[in-house]
Design a protein. Structure first.
Ligand code: ZN
Length: 231
Protein backbone atom coordinates (compact mmCIF):
# COMPACT_ATOMS: atom_id res chain seq x y z
CA UNK A 1 0.00 0.00 0.00
CA UNK A 2 1.89 3.06 -1.23
CA UNK A 3 0.21 5.52 1.11
CA UNK A 4 1.56 3.61 4.11
CA UNK A 5 5.15 3.54 3.05
CA UNK A 6 6.91 6.70 4.17
CA UNK A 7 5.34 7.48 7.52
CA UNK A 8 7.69 7.58 10.57
CA UNK A 9 6.19 4.39 12.07
CA UNK A 10 7.81 2.54 9.20
CA UNK A 11 10.70 2.14 11.63
CA UNK A 12 8.60 -0.56 13.37
CA UNK A 13 8.67 -2.64 10.22
CA UNK A 14 12.40 -2.12 9.82
CA UNK A 15 13.04 -3.15 13.45
CA UNK A 16 10.86 -6.23 12.93
CA UNK A 17 12.77 -7.18 9.79
CA UNK A 18 16.10 -6.63 11.56
CA UNK A 19 15.07 -8.82 14.52
CA UNK A 20 13.93 -11.59 12.16
CA UNK A 21 17.11 -11.31 10.12
CA UNK A 22 19.34 -11.52 13.19
CA UNK A 23 17.41 -14.52 14.55
CA UNK A 24 17.59 -16.33 11.23
CA UNK A 25 21.34 -15.81 10.81
CA UNK A 26 21.84 -16.86 14.45
CA UNK A 27 20.03 -20.18 13.92
CA UNK A 28 21.99 -20.80 10.72
CA UNK A 29 25.36 -20.12 12.34
CA UNK A 30 24.45 -22.22 15.41
CA UNK A 31 23.27 -25.05 13.19
CA UNK A 32 26.40 -24.98 11.07
CA UNK A 33 28.63 -24.82 14.13
CA UNK A 34 27.11 -28.00 15.55
CA UNK A 35 26.77 -29.71 12.19
CA UNK A 36 30.52 -30.29 12.48
CA UNK A 37 30.07 -32.11 15.80
CA UNK A 38 29.42 -35.78 15.00
CA UNK A 39 27.47 -37.81 17.55
CA UNK A 40 29.47 -40.64 19.09
CA UNK A 41 26.83 -43.32 18.40
CA UNK A 42 27.00 -42.55 14.70
CA UNK A 43 23.26 -42.62 13.94
CA UNK A 44 22.12 -40.50 11.01
CA UNK A 45 19.30 -37.99 11.46
CA UNK A 46 17.11 -40.25 9.33
CA UNK A 47 17.79 -43.25 11.57
CA UNK A 48 17.08 -41.19 14.66
CA UNK A 49 13.72 -39.95 13.39
CA UNK A 50 12.77 -43.53 12.43
CA UNK A 51 13.76 -44.79 15.89
CA UNK A 52 11.79 -42.05 17.66
CA UNK A 53 8.72 -42.48 15.44
CA UNK A 54 8.74 -46.27 15.86
CA UNK A 55 9.13 -46.05 19.62
CA UNK A 56 6.11 -43.71 19.69
CA UNK A 57 4.06 -46.23 17.69
CA UNK A 58 4.18 -44.04 14.61
CA UNK A 59 5.34 -46.66 12.11
CA UNK A 60 2.86 -45.27 9.55
CA UNK A 61 4.67 -41.91 9.41
CA UNK A 62 6.92 -42.02 6.33
CA UNK A 63 10.28 -40.35 5.95
CA UNK A 64 11.05 -38.34 2.84
CA UNK A 65 13.83 -36.08 1.66
CA UNK A 66 13.33 -32.45 0.73
CA UNK A 67 15.57 -29.92 -1.00
CA UNK A 68 17.15 -27.03 0.80
CA UNK A 69 18.80 -26.01 4.02
CA UNK A 70 16.76 -26.27 7.25
CA UNK A 71 13.56 -27.01 5.33
CA UNK A 72 12.83 -29.97 7.63
CA UNK A 73 9.21 -30.30 8.67
CA UNK A 74 6.45 -32.68 9.66
CA UNK A 75 3.45 -32.83 7.33
CA UNK A 76 0.48 -33.92 9.44
CA UNK A 77 -1.93 -34.05 6.51
CA UNK A 78 0.09 -36.75 4.73
CA UNK A 79 1.80 -38.36 7.74
CA UNK A 80 5.22 -37.58 6.31
CA UNK A 81 8.32 -36.31 8.06
CA UNK A 82 10.57 -34.54 5.56
CA UNK A 83 14.24 -34.09 6.29
CA UNK A 84 16.37 -31.68 4.28
CA UNK A 85 19.42 -32.61 2.24
CA UNK A 86 21.70 -31.08 4.88
CA UNK A 87 20.04 -33.01 7.71
CA UNK A 88 19.13 -36.42 6.28
CA UNK A 89 22.42 -38.23 6.07
CA UNK A 90 24.22 -36.25 8.73
CA UNK A 91 25.33 -37.84 12.00
CA UNK A 92 25.87 -34.42 13.62
CA UNK A 93 24.27 -33.38 16.90
CA UNK A 94 22.63 -30.47 15.04
CA UNK A 95 20.96 -32.72 12.47
CA UNK A 96 19.87 -35.21 15.12
CA UNK A 97 18.39 -32.39 17.20
CA UNK A 98 16.36 -31.14 14.24
CA UNK A 99 15.22 -34.66 13.29
CA UNK A 100 14.10 -35.33 16.87
CA UNK A 101 12.27 -31.98 16.95
CA UNK A 102 10.30 -32.88 13.81
CA UNK A 103 9.49 -36.28 15.27
CA UNK A 104 8.29 -34.32 18.31
CA UNK A 105 5.70 -32.63 16.06
CA UNK A 106 4.54 -36.06 14.85
CA UNK A 107 4.07 -37.11 18.49
CA UNK A 108 2.13 -33.89 19.22
CA UNK A 109 -0.13 -34.83 16.35
CA UNK A 110 -0.63 -38.33 17.73
CA UNK A 111 -1.48 -37.16 21.27
CA UNK A 112 -3.73 -34.37 19.96
CA UNK A 113 -1.62 -31.65 21.54
CA UNK A 114 -4.01 -28.71 21.95
CA UNK A 115 -1.88 -25.81 20.66
CA UNK A 116 -1.03 -27.85 17.52
CA UNK A 117 -4.74 -28.33 16.78
CA UNK A 118 -5.47 -24.68 17.48
CA UNK A 119 -2.62 -23.65 15.21
CA UNK A 120 -3.94 -25.82 12.36
CA UNK A 121 -7.42 -24.35 12.83
CA UNK A 122 -5.98 -20.84 12.70
CA UNK A 123 -4.26 -21.31 9.32
CA UNK A 124 -7.30 -20.60 7.08
CA UNK A 125 -8.54 -17.87 9.43
CA UNK A 126 -5.15 -16.16 9.42
CA UNK A 127 -4.88 -16.38 5.63
CA UNK A 128 -8.33 -14.84 5.29
CA UNK A 129 -7.35 -12.10 7.73
CA UNK A 130 -4.23 -11.29 5.74
CA UNK A 131 -6.29 -11.03 2.59
CA UNK A 132 -8.95 -8.66 3.91
CA UNK A 133 -7.10 -6.53 6.48
CA UNK A 134 -5.46 -3.96 4.20
CA UNK A 135 -8.44 -3.61 1.84
CA UNK A 136 -10.63 -2.95 4.92
CA UNK A 137 -8.24 -0.32 6.30
CA UNK A 138 -7.90 1.22 2.85
CA UNK A 139 -11.68 1.35 2.45
CA UNK A 140 -12.00 2.82 5.93
CA UNK A 141 -9.57 5.62 5.09
CA UNK A 142 -11.19 6.31 1.72
CA UNK A 143 -14.71 6.46 3.16
CA UNK A 144 -13.93 9.44 5.38
CA UNK A 145 -12.09 7.59 8.12
CA UNK A 146 -14.71 5.01 8.89
CA UNK A 147 -13.30 3.78 12.21
CA UNK A 148 -15.38 0.60 12.23
CA UNK A 149 -13.89 -0.56 8.93
CA UNK A 150 -10.40 0.44 10.07
CA UNK A 151 -10.72 -1.35 13.41
CA UNK A 152 -12.02 -4.44 11.67
CA UNK A 153 -9.02 -4.32 9.33
CA UNK A 154 -6.60 -4.05 12.27
CA UNK A 155 -8.41 -6.90 14.02
CA UNK A 156 -8.06 -9.16 10.98
CA UNK A 157 -4.42 -8.12 10.67
CA UNK A 158 -3.84 -9.10 14.34
CA UNK A 159 -4.79 -12.70 13.57
CA UNK A 160 -1.26 -13.16 12.24
CA UNK A 161 0.09 -12.21 15.66
CA UNK A 162 -2.32 -14.65 17.34
CA UNK A 163 -1.10 -17.35 14.95
CA UNK A 164 2.54 -16.56 15.75
CA UNK A 165 1.81 -16.66 19.49
CA UNK A 166 0.09 -20.05 19.24
CA UNK A 167 3.10 -21.30 17.25
CA UNK A 168 5.40 -20.65 20.24
CA UNK A 169 4.15 -23.41 22.59
CA UNK A 170 3.98 -25.82 19.61
CA UNK A 171 7.65 -25.23 18.80
CA UNK A 172 8.93 -25.14 22.37
CA UNK A 173 7.01 -28.30 23.22
CA UNK A 174 8.37 -30.19 20.17
CA UNK A 175 11.91 -29.29 21.25
CA UNK A 176 11.27 -30.31 24.86
CA UNK A 177 9.94 -33.65 23.67
CA UNK A 178 12.97 -34.06 21.40
CA UNK A 179 15.49 -33.41 24.17
CA UNK A 180 13.70 -35.74 26.57
CA UNK A 181 13.53 -38.60 24.04
CA UNK A 182 17.16 -38.18 22.95
CA UNK A 183 18.10 -38.43 26.61
CA UNK A 184 15.80 -41.32 27.55
CA UNK A 185 16.67 -43.42 24.52
CA UNK A 186 20.35 -42.57 25.04
CA UNK A 187 20.74 -41.46 21.44
CA UNK A 188 23.06 -38.64 22.49
CA UNK A 189 25.53 -38.34 25.37
CA UNK A 190 24.86 -35.60 27.91
CA UNK A 191 27.42 -33.30 26.30
CA UNK A 192 25.97 -33.91 22.83
CA UNK A 193 22.52 -33.35 24.24
CA UNK A 194 23.38 -29.88 25.49
CA UNK A 195 24.79 -29.05 22.05
CA UNK A 196 21.63 -30.26 20.29
CA UNK A 197 19.67 -28.20 22.80
CA UNK A 198 21.57 -25.06 21.75
CA UNK A 199 20.56 -25.64 18.14
CA UNK A 200 16.91 -26.11 19.09
CA UNK A 201 16.90 -23.02 21.31
CA UNK A 202 18.34 -20.97 18.46
CA UNK A 203 15.63 -22.33 16.16
CA UNK A 204 12.95 -21.41 18.71
CA UNK A 205 14.26 -17.84 18.77
CA UNK A 206 13.25 -17.39 15.12
CA UNK A 207 9.63 -18.00 16.14
CA UNK A 208 9.92 -15.52 18.99
CA UNK A 209 11.38 -13.00 16.54
CA UNK A 210 8.52 -13.60 14.10
CA UNK A 211 5.98 -13.00 16.88
CA UNK A 212 7.79 -9.84 17.92
CA UNK A 213 7.87 -8.56 14.33
CA UNK A 214 4.15 -9.30 14.04
CA UNK A 215 3.48 -7.41 17.25
CA UNK A 216 5.40 -4.38 15.94
CA UNK A 217 3.36 -4.47 12.74
CA UNK A 218 0.10 -4.48 14.69
CA UNK A 219 1.34 -1.72 16.96
CA UNK A 220 2.20 0.37 13.93
CA UNK A 221 -1.29 0.06 12.51
CA UNK A 222 -2.82 0.92 15.88
CA UNK A 223 -0.63 4.02 16.12
CA UNK A 224 -1.42 5.03 12.55
CA UNK A 225 -5.15 4.33 12.48
CA UNK A 226 -6.41 3.15 15.84
CA UNK A 227 -6.67 6.42 17.69
CA UNK A 228 -8.56 8.63 15.28
CA UNK A 229 -11.99 8.21 16.77
CA UNK A 230 -14.94 10.15 15.47
CA UNK A 231 -16.84 12.03 18.13
ZN1 ZN B 1 9.04 -27.17 14.66
Amino acid sequence: MPFFIWDPTYIFIIIGLAISGIASSYVKSTYHKFSDVKSSKGYTATQVSRMILDSADLQHVRLEGIRGDLTDHYDSKNDVLRLSETTRKSTSVAAIGVAAHEAGHAIQDKVNYGPLRLRAALVPVTNFGQGVSFPLIFAGVIFGYNQTLIDLGILFFSLTLVFQLVTLPVEFNASNRAVLILKEQQILTSQELSQAEKVLKAAALTYVAAALASFLNVLRLVILFGGRRRD
